[in-house]
Write a protein that binds this ligand. Structure first.
Ligand code: THU
Length: 154
């Protein structure tokens, strides 16, 4: 089985992914991105159906800001300790635009998702819009970060 499944339209995805993409999209206005004007939102689905949302939060001291995925995954783990993550859906939209733009998770967020996945001992799907404007469902966080650095390397 391939690690990645591609879809031309959001409506081609499973209903759970569509629902999470909708929830994340509705949250995009809550991004605080006055510097990049690039709004990102992540919806984290937990095993009991809870949805934890996060948006990117920037800061005048640029490196102090945080990506949406990291914010959502960390807050899921902080607020719902022990509950496994089932799926993460990421969407992005430029300020003043109405359509979604590709949202490929950055390396730091892939690293954080990977460790969360390893910690729970169960893969979770990661869904996003690729730069070729296709939706992709990655079967695991690990599939998004080959040759990763993990605690076993320490
Ligand atoms: N950003 C995310 O929230 N997630 C990513 O995976 C990539 C980038 C945010 C960080 C920053 O606030 C803005 O997008 C532009 O880089």
């Amino acid at each position: 089985m391939s690690d990645f499944r591609y879809f031309d339209k959001l409506t081609d995805l499973d209903s759970e992914s569509q629902y999470l993409a909708k929830r994340a999209s509705e949250w995009l206005d809550n991004a605080y991105a006055p510097y990049s004007k690039f709004h990102v939102s992540a919806a984290v689905l937990l095993e009991d159906g809870t949805v934890v949302l996060g948006t990117n939060q920037e800061n005048a001291a640029y490196p102090a800001g945080l990506c949406a995925e990291r914010l959502a995954v960390f807050s899921a783990n902080a607020q719902h300790p022990g509950k496994k993550i089932k799926k993460v859906v990421i969407v992005a939209r430029r300020k003043e635009e109405t359509v979604l733009t590709p949202a490929a998770s950055c390396g730091g967020c892939r690293q954080v998702m990977l460790e969360s996945e390893k910690r729970q001992g169960l893969p979770f799907e990661v869904v996003m819009l690729t730069h070729s404007n296709q939706w992709v469902i990655a079967r695991s966080a690990a599939s998004l970060l080959p040759f990763a650095f993990t605690k076993t390397n320490l």
